[in-house]
Design a protein around this ligand. Structure first.
Ligand code: ZN
Length: 69
């Protein structure tokens, strides 16, 4: 029995763990480094980036009083 790694798309098809799109429907699919079978696609990365930016913006604290020494 011969096993070929990386060539059998059927068994090696990656999917975004967030939106469940297969890797051939996205531009980039990034695999989690430490967690097997967990990936995120570029679209979800974009979405996460937006959410992070939104969160940062909404959490922006009122300017603290300038530290005067
Ligand atoms: Zn995705």
């Amino acid at each position: 029995m011969e096993t070929t790694y990386g060539l059998t798309k059927e068994s090696q098809v990656g999917r975004c763990s967030f939106c469940d799109k297969p890797d051939d429907q996205v531009i980039v699919l990034i695999n989690a480094i430490k967690v097997p079978k967990v990936s995120i696609c570029n679209e979800c990365v974009d979405m996460c980036n937006e959410m992070v930016m939104e969160t940062i913006r909404s959490r922006r604290k009122p300017r603290p009083s300038s530290p005067t020494p």
